[in-house]
Design a protein around this ligand. Structure first.
Ligand code: GLN
Length: 603
């Protein structure tokens, strides 16, 4: 096993995760099999109990692991399936060591950070690196380890010490360190400044880690004299100084790494020269360029609670992007804070109320994502009602499906008190109820989590067709509540179709309104399995319906994928070759190709 460690310096938010994933893409294109580990030095056992406001979305894995959103980047970029153990936290390591101490594994010894915690970290890395993640039986060739946070953080010290020992143990030729740093340009001076990177490399060396490659985040490509200065002060060869300048979309990153021959530097350091092929990255190149050229908008309103922090909905944004690119449309997001749609907001914050409704009404499609707690729920219910009544394409995910069921009960079935017991435990009409297997006393890891099977009982429904006329589908879950199984017949008699169910046929997984152009709610989170070039079926349905082309897709459903591709190319406007109408974004590396509308939030 060869290891590539990626660390970050100077400031957080440099796009370390995207850089690490892109290095993985490049190595994969060289013919190597790649896995990854993300280290998060916080004390939480996992990301499951953290607020999306503070830490962005909680990503869910097949095995039910609730992990850092960077694992989503790895899964999407490398097209792999990771396990919960691929995300290491301080909480997990200490829990492991303390459990061993209680078992008596260290009997007679004083248990200390060095060597017990540092040994546990190294053992964990070596064990997890061997887990196959790409569907084959053997372990990968290269493991990319991303150390979260910034060099100098107190809480990452045990990890740095462990990684220093680890690099020494696995030895040169098996380990390489890529340090992602910032080279800012001060407006008043106008020249790139190398000092922050120099300091950060000094800090790294002082802690026992030697950088082999510098990946410098900067606005524009660095001139050779700046690279020479960095090389002199940081003791890294000029050929190993890579510039990661701002790009229009993140799919360019593997390409700019390849242009600067980052793979050659890494392969040399890992003694892998000669056993690999030239990385072609044709698919990445096409997608990155195609994405830049798209100009015809498809506007999707995301009605949620965390609309101020787009990272809270990262996988949803990516899934929408994958589907929009497939439909040759430029994704525009109308962010709608759900509480602004409510009647109380009309009185208290009339401007916000007006803006929210304007954003909702001007959208081609509406998406209500997952969520917890009752704040803004009534606003989401109003959004679902608006979509249902006005025949606007709608996709409700998890909570977004539950609120669509509540809305249907209240408006169509005249069950005025209908609610979820999550928001009103004493409701007289509980249409969404707590699942029997949930826990009300422990919050961490106690939901219905991970990959579960949904069976399609109605073969000619829209979602079954979008999933390629499959009889079942495996998607990831994260919920405590479900549609009340006792009320299904009542709902069905009122016209709401439950087209997908779990193996007991008592747990509802997919709802559809057959009389609506596209009104779909899913209890699972399809966004976690969407990939560039392989968009999630129900997201594709939403985008295709939002640009009036769903029928074409449904006709092509169930056909071999090359025919579907043909349908997609013919069904959507030709890609414009002269990118003149393209709005160039000078935003940071992390920017995707979505533009926000209405609330001025750029993603
Ligand atoms: N709060 C709801 C539940 O626990 C929905 C969860 C979600 O949207 N992820 O069932």
């Amino acid at each position: 096993m060869k290891y590539v460690l990626v660390t970050g310096g100077v400031v957080s938010g440099l796009g370390k995760g995207v850089t690490a994933s892109s290095i993985g893409v490049l190595l994969k294109a060289c013919g190597l099999r790649v896995t990854s580990i993300k280290i998060d030095p916080y004390l939480n056992t996992d990301a499951g109990t953290m607020s999306p406001f503070e830490h962005g979305e909680v990503f869910v894995l097949d095995d039910g692991g609730e992990v850092d959103l960077d694992l989503g980047n790895y899964e999407r970029f490398l097209d792999v399936k990771l396990t919960r153990d691929n995300n290491i936290t301080t909480g997990k390591i200490y829990q492991h060591v303390i459990n061993r101490e209680r078992r008596g594994d260290y009997l007679g010894k004083t248990v200390q950070v060095v060597p017990h915690i540092t040994d546990a970290i190294q053992e964990w890395i070596e064990r997890v690196a061997m887990i196959p993640v790409d569907g084959k039986d053997e372990p990968a060739d290269v493991c990319i380890i991303e150390l979260g946070g910034t060099i100098g953080d107190i809480e990452s010290m045990p990890f740095i010490e462990a990684l220093g020992q680890f690099s020494y143990r696995v030895g040169p030729g098996n380990f390489c360190l890529v340090h992602v740093s910032l080279v800012p340009v001060l407006k008043s001076v106008g020249e790139p400044k190398t000092k922050p990177t120099q300091h950060s490399v000094r800090g790294l060396r002082g802690l026992g880690l030697v950088p082999h490659i510098l990946a410098c985040r900067c606005e524009k490509p660095l001139e050779v004299n700046v690279k020479e200065k960095l090389s002199l002060f940081c003791h890294v060869p000029v050929a190993n100084i890579i510039t990661l300048h701002d790009v229009t979309n993140i799919w360019h990153i593997p390409l700019i790494l390849r242009e600067q021959k980052a793979h050659e530097a890494i392969l040399k350091l890992l003694n892998l020269q000669g056993c690999t092929k030239e990385p072609l990255l044709a698919g990445w190149m096409d997608r990155a360029k195609l994405c830049d050229r798209l100009h015809e908008p498809v506007k999707i309103a995301i009605v949620g609670k965390y609309t101020g922090l787009p990272d809270s909905y990262l996988s949803i944004l990516k899934a929408l992007l994958h589907a929009s690119v497939e439909c040759r449309k430029k994704l525009v997001i109308n962010w709608v804070p759900s509480s602004d749609l409510e009647e109380t907001s009309a009185e208290e914050t009339p401007d916000a109320y007006k803006t929210a409704w304007r954003c909702l009404k001007s959208a081609d499609g509406i998406l209500v994502p997952g969520g917890f707690g009752d704040r803004g729920v009534e606003g989401k219910i109003l959004a679902a009602k608006y979509a249902r009544v006005n025949k606007v394409p709608y996709l409700g995910i998890c909570l977004g499906m539950q609120i669509a069921v509540i809305e249907y009960a209240r408006s169509v079935m005249n069950l005025r008190e209908a609610n979820s017991t999550e928001f009103d435990p004493d409701t007289t009409t509980p249409v969404v109820v707590f699942m029997p297997e949930g826990s009300k006393t422990h919050m961490g890891g106690t939901m219905r989590l991970g990959s579960r099977r949904t069976y399609f009982d109605v073969a000619d429904c829209k979602s079954a067709k979008l999933y390629g006329k499959a009889s079942f589908v495996d998607e990831r879950h994260r919920h405590r509540y479900e549609v009340n199984p006792e009320m299904i017949t009542e709902f069905e008699e009122a016209g709401l179709a439950f087209v997908g169910k779990d193996e007991t046929r008592r747990r509802m997984e997919i709802i559809e309104l057959p009389t609506h152009p596209y009104f779909v709610g899913v209890q699972f989170h399809p966004e976690f399995k969407s990939r560039p070039g392989k968009p999630s079926a129900v997201f594709l349905g939403l985008i295709a319906a939002s640009c009036g082309r769903l029928d074409l897709w449904l006709q092509a459903a169930g056909q071999p994928s090359n025919l579907r591709t043909h349908a997609s190319i013919n069904g959507f406007p030709k890609i414009h070759q002269n990118g003149s109408s393209l709005k160039k974004s000078s935003k940071s590396l992390l920017n995707g190709n979505f533009h926000s509308n209405g609330n001025g939030v750029h993603v």
